[in-house]
Design a protein around this ligand. Structure first.
Ligand code: SER
Length: 387
């Protein structure tokens, strides 16, 4: 099943159950949201989970691009991506959590063809404020799935204060066909999170029940595609096909670096496509870091590599995939401009760091001076001093 069909299967299924598709969500959350980027499908819907009526009704679904920088150092492994898409469904005070679990199970089994014996679920087991989620455990047992009770991992929150609630996570076993679903826990992959979003946490740590109990679900599209296509790594799925075909012949890198370059460039293109430009603060700084991490990786063993060799087809493919309408030229100019800036900064940095006073161990004061006077951030100084 290719990614387009996965998305269609998901959206058709929830439409059949009365949900309306929310479109237009970008990587930039609404102004009332304190986060820098949209990190999950619920960001564009936060005010409506708080009770404001949504123009499309009380049953919603979306395919939302998201960006997470918390796992940046893990990008390059089999599963972590900086920009990814979340398939989401919501009940804004309409149907209950148990209904959501039943629909979720039916879609995985009948829509995506995942055999029930390859699934297991985790449920919130309770803490000193909220009891265990017996309703969900009961529903799962009725459906015949093994249930494991968990603590904090099954409590979803929007931040230290705000919307939160117990969640139920569905795992799929990804071991070889014909072998029993057991053994190493890494063969169990979490695919779908159903949150019973019915509390708000206040500043003092206490919880208030929301007037409108919601259900919020999110499933990582790339992860699901990887599983359904029987791959071990997200980079082997159809989404990355043009990237993995065109990049390795262009830049001969080790596997980890190839994946990192693919992820960061693809993410950078999506961020630029949503109107962000490199800068030293906020969203622009995240974009700058992504591009500079690519350049540092490319230049490590060949400083002549340049982003002007990036095939325009990959830029187009990415913008199209994320339903972004901007042109490829703007993206390429933004990338090249940042490449020039970074090249100049590196040259200057090398000259400064060549001075005898920066040869030994650097103090915090040295780092501050290098940053404030020469515009050299600490991580760049570290990179330049690494033999
Ligand atoms: N908010 C939940 C998550 O991010 C489900 O959408 O996993």
């Amino acid at each position: 099943m290719n990614t387009d069909r996965i998305v269609r299967t998901f959206t058709d299924y929830f439409r059949e159950h009365g949900h309306e598709l929310v479109t237009g969500g970008t990587l930039l959350p609404p102004p009332c949201d304190p986060v820098l980027f949209t990190t999950s499908g619920i960001h564009p819907l936060t005010p409506h989970l708080e009770g404001r009526p949504h123009p499309l009704g009380r049953r919603l679904l979306s395919v939302q691009r998201c960006l997470r920088t918390t796992d940046l150092d893990e990008v390059g492994d089999r599963t972590h991506l900086t920009v990814f898409e979340m398939l989401g469904s919501w009940s804004l005070g309409d149907y209950g959590h148990s209904q959501s679990l039943r629909w979720g199970y039916a879609l995985l089994r009948d829509g995506f063809g995942i055999p029930p014996e390859r699934m297991y679920v985790t449920v919130f087991g309770g803490d000193d404020q909220v009891g265990s989620d017996d309703e969900s455990s009961g529903t799962w047992r009725e459906l015949g799935l093994p249930v494991e009770l968990a603590g904090d991992e099954n409590w979803w929150s929007h931040g230290p204060v705000g919307l939160c609630g117990p969640d139920s996570e569905i795992f799929v076993w990804t071991g070889a066909p014909g072998t029993p679903p057991q053994g190493s826990p890494t063969t169990w992959v979490e695919v779908w999170n159903h949150v019973s979003m019915r509390y708000r946490r206040l500043e003092d740590g206490s919880l208030r029940l929301l007037q409108q109990p919601n259900v919020d679900t999110g499933m990582g599209l790339e992860r699901l595609a990887t599983i359904l296509q029987g791959h071990d790594s997200v980079y082997d799925s159809d989404l990355f096909e043009p990237w993995m075909r065109l990049l390795p012949p262009l830049w001969n890198l080790d596997e980890w670096s190839t994946r990192l370059v693919c992820d960061h460039l693809r993410s950078g293109i999506a961020v630029i496509g949503d109107g962000v430009r490199p800068s030293n603060t906020g969203r622009g700084y995240v974009l700058r870091r992504l591009i500079r991490r690519v350049l540092t990786t490319l230049w490590r063993d060949d400083p002549s590599r340049t982003l002007s060799d990036l095939p325009a087809d990959l830029v187009r493919h990415t913008l199209d995939h994320f339903r972004q309408t901007g042109g490829t030229d703007l993206v390429r100019e933004t990338l090249l401009d940042e490449e020039r800036r970074f090249g100049t900064l590196l040259e200057r940095g090398r000259r400064v760091l060549d001075k005898p006073q920066f040869k030994g161990l650097l103090s915090d004061e040295d780092y501050r001076y290098l940053h404030d006077t020469h515009g050299l951030p600490r991580d760049l100084v570290t990179t330049l001093r690494t033999p």
